[in-house]
Structure formats: structure tokens, C-alpha cells
Design a protein around this ligand. Structure first.
Ligand code: EPU
Length: 429
């Protein structure tokens, strides 16, 4: 199993290209099930989760081609994937596949909307909390689906097609909103989604569905109205930049000091996180190529943060921000309100010398003068990368184990950081 070795202490200087967003690419790929035509997605990141979803979609009969490199393209630019769900050969998503990636549960919506039936394994437990699917099921029921749960599978049926309806989410859910959008796009009549997630990835999915012929208004607000159509057609869509990758590298630069331009990304995708970085004493500026992050000389100020749905501070940046706060000049508090168990990085950060106390959904971080390298590992993607950030500022060597978590969501992480001066390398085997 690969590991990553980091020798801390070097500032980061240079340019980091930001990839297409994993969490936008996944629902966009799933949306290919809604049409017989080809959906072409541009700027898809090269990640393990993308490959897993391609395997899952193949099982339903989706053919895909990964376009050859065009002139000027390198492996550093995103890939173009063409997906064609002309004939769906299987409406079952088995446990062995769904359990590898939670988001694959979302195939339930397009399968049901297009074919009137789907049998999809419940995703099961997850390292960052219980993460149930009750609200996704509720959304489908509101559109007339009959749902049964049997032997760990969700059996969804709508023999005469889905009907538009009102879906009021009691809690903001990104996956619930994706599912509602995809199902409503092919339902008969109008659907109103209340308390919809406003995340940029929801807006991206709605934009792609609209190109495919869906009639959607209000994406990006808490109320989305979808007028169902009888069929959708092919389209070409470019995946939006990864705001979590953007924020992660911004925090890495804040941690080490230096000056880095994050290319091919946009500040409005993560204003709340950039504001918090400014409060911590980091210079953040919008430039033509993207966002410039700079911290030279000054220390890191402590800042209190609460995670919230967009446009609030993202839970997917909580662990990275905690890593930064371990070196702040004072005490900060981080409240995690989205997932109840998303603090597994705390123990591992402590191995590097961080002082963190947990009390329910709040972590109190007392900044320390120095961190010291150690072997560490983490059980999810964002927790793993928080250890990389801490290691970049720790004295001596840190070995990050279980790198497959990083490969699920960060494209060429060690390469991007090494080019900016970090002493980081992958150790195979
Ligand atoms: N929830 C329910 N019932 C449901 C669905 C969700 O109670 O039926 C709860 C969850 O347990 C959680 C909250 O609602 O407490 C929000 O969950 P949400 O549905 O928004 O999360 P998700 O769609 O499963 C996506 C991202 C996550 C990200 C969250 C929150 C993808 C593939 N995943 O998950 O990303 O943390 O939204 O922004 O888009 C990651 O990339 O590392 C990651 C975990």
C-alpha cells in the first residue's frame, strides 16, 4: 500500500492548477443514465472515485470513452469522458459496488425516472457518521414512487412514471437535492423543491440537466422549480472547479507561508472559507488566473468556525482548517454541525503534537509553537489531507499511511505540492 513521506518546514511558492470538482463530476456522470444520447463531460478529474463510478455505471450498461489527448492537453488537464446509456441492461446496483462509494446510491433517481424501477443497495455505514438515505427516499416518494426496503436493498417502483410534487427537505441535503432534481426532470408535471441545497455542485448539475433539455429554475437558491419533460437529450458540459481542493491548498499555503496562485478556480465558490483565512491573517486576492494566497512573515491568528451548508463554511474543509489552527497564536473553536462523527483527524493531529479537546460537536484547539513529524493515518479523504497540511509545517518526517483515501479525491497531490517546493514523495508498496 502506498504511503506519502513529508519533510516539513518548506514554504510553498508557485502555481497549483485546480482540477474539476469530484463532487460535481459524480452526480453529472450519474445524470448520463437519464438519456439514450451521449453526455460529454469535460474537465473530469483523474481520481479513484471517478473510476469506481465508471465501473458502477458500466454494470447498468453505460458505455464510456475517455477522449484521447487533444493538442495542448497533458495529463495535467482534466479528462473528457463521453457516457452513453443507450440501453440500460440492469436496474440493480449491488451492495459490492454501492458500498465502495456512497454517492453511487444516487443512481436510484435516474433509473426510476427513466425505466420506472430501480433496486439499489443501501450504502451502509460510513466513517464520518451514520449518513442515512431517508430524505432521498422521502423525495422519491413525494414524486409518487413506491418504495420498499428489503434485505438491505431499496426497491423503488413507478410503473406509470413519476409525477411532479412538492418536496420540502427538513434538513439541507446535497445528495437529496441531486436525487430530487434528476427524478423531477423526467416526472410528469411540476416539482417544487423547498429547502434545497445551494451548493455550487447542485447548480452545476442543474446547468447540465438544463443543457440536456430539463426545465429548472432557482438552482442555487433554497427553492427550485422543475417542470418535467418526457425525454432528455445529449449535451456537453464542463465540470466546475473543485472548491474543496482550492480551499485545501489555500490552507496548506496559509500553514507553511509563501505565495501560491491557485489556477482555474474562482473565489465565489468558497467565499466563507476565504474570509476565515483573511481573519487568520492570510492575504487572499482574486487574480485573472484564479486566487492568490500569501502569508509572509506574520503568524496565524486563531479564528472560530462553524460548519454549515453552502454558503457557510464547508464541512469538507473542517479538518484542513483544524490542521491550520494547531499552529495559531491562541485558542480557536470549531463546531461541526453537518456530520456527527467527523473528528477522526483529532487523534492523529495529536500524534504530531497538536493540542485539541473534543466536547460533543465542538473541538477546542490550543495553538502550539511547533509540530513534530510522526507516522499517521486517517480513515477518510478530508481527514487524510489535514494530516498532510499539518506535516508540511511539522519538524522532521511524517509518513502518511493509507494513501488510497487521498487518491479518492485529490488529483496528483504530491506532484502539485512538490512543484511549489514541498519535500513530499510517494513511497510505493
Ligand atoms: N442526511 C440525512 N438523511 C438523508 C441524507 C442526509 O439525515 O437522507 C443528513 C446527513 O447524515 C448529514 C446531512 O444530512 O448529516 C447532510 O448530508 P448530505 O446529504 O448533504 O451529504 P451527501 O450528499 O451524502 C455530499 C458530499 C460530501 C459532503 C456533504 C455535505 C458528495 C459525493 N458528497 O454528501 O462530501 O461532505 O455533501 O456538504 O457530493 C467528501 O467529498 O469528502 C464528502 C464527504
Amino acid at each position: 500500500m502506498d504511503r506519502i513521506r513529508i519533510r516539513g518546514g518548506a514554504p510553498l511558492n508557485g502555481t497549483i492548477p485546480i482540477s474539476g470538482a469530484k463532487n460535481a463530476a459524480l452526480p453529472l456522470m450519474i445524470a448520463s443514465l437519464l438519456t439514450e444520447d451521449t453526455l460529454e463531460l469535460v474537465n473530469v478529474p483523474r481520481l479513484a472515485d471517478i473510476s469506481s463510478l465508471l465501473r458502477i455505471l458500466s454494470n447498468h450498461g453505460v458505455d464510456h470513452t475517455i477522449a484521447g489527448k487533444r493538442p495542448g492537453q497533458t495529463t495535467e488537464t482534466g479528462q473528457t469522458i463521453r457516457l452513453s446509456a443507450k440501453t440500460i441492461i440492469d436496474t440493480t446496483a449491488p451492495y459490492e459496488l454501492v458500498s465502495t462509494m456512497r454517492a453511487s446510491f444516487w443512481v436510484v433517481a435516474p433509473l426510476l425516472a427513466r425505466l420506472g424501477e430501480a433496486k439499489v443497495s443501501m450504502p451502509g455505514g460510513c466513517a464520518i457518521g451514520t449518513r442515512p438515505v431517508d430524505l432521498l427516499i422521502m423525495a422519491l416518494e413525494r414524486l409518487g414512487a413506491q418504495i420498499e426496503i428489503d434485505a438491505g436493498y431499496v426497491l423503488a417502483k413507478a410503473p406509470r412514471g413519476l409525477k411532479g410534487g412538492e418536496i420540502a427537505f427538513p434538513k439541507v441535503t446535497v445528495g437529496g437535492t441531486h436525487v430530487a432534481l434528476m427524478a423531477a426532470a423526467l416526472a410528469d408535471g411540476t416539482t417544487v423543491i423547498e429547502n434545497a441545497a445551494r451548493e455550487p455542485e447542485v447548480v452545476d448539475l442543474a446547468a447540465c440537466l438544463s443543457k440536456m433539455g430539463a426545465r429548472i429554475e432557482g438552482a442555487g437558491s433554497a427553492r427550485i422549480v422543475v417542470d418535467g419533460v418526457s425525454r432528455l437529450h445529449g449535451a456537453t458540459h464542463e465540470v466546475l472547479p473543485d472548491r474543496i481542493e482550492t480551499g485545501t491548498y489555500a490552507m496548506a499555503v496559509a500553514m507553511t507561508g509563501g505565495e501560491v496562485t491557485l489556477e482555474n478556480t474562482r473565489p465565489e465558490l468558497l467565499e466563507s472559507a476565504l474570509d476565515v483565512l483573511r481573519q487568520a491573517g492570510v492575504e487572499v486576492s482574486a487574480v485573472n488566473e484564479g486566487i492568490r494566497i500569501r502569508r509572509n512573515g506574520g503568524g496565524i491568528a486563531p479564528v472560530d468556525v462553524t460548519t454549515d451548508p453552502f454558503p457557510g463554511f464547508p464541512t469538507d474543509l473542517q479538518a484542513q482548517f483544524m490542521a491550520l489552527m494547531t499552529r495559531a497564536a491562541g485558542t480557536s473553536r470549531i463546531r461541526e454541525t453537518i456530520f456527527e462523527n467527523r473528528f477522526m483527524h483529532v487523534q492523529e493531529l495529536a500524534r504530531l503534537g497538536a493540542r485539541i479537546q473534543l466536547d460533543g460537536e465542538t473541538a477546542t484547539i490550543e495553538g502550539v509553537d511547533r509540530l513534530k513529524g510522526a507516522p499517521v493515518m486517517a480513515t477518510d479523504l478530508r481527514a487524510s489531507v489535514s494530516l498532510v497540511i499539518a506535516a508540511l509545517a511539522a519538524e522532521g518526517e511524517t509518513m502518511v499511511n493509507r494513501v488510497y483515501h487521498l487518491d479518492r479525491g485529490f488529483e496528483r497531490l504530491e506532484d502539485k505540492l512538490a512543484r511549489c517546493g514541498a519535500a513530499i514523495e510517494r513511497v510505493s508498496g
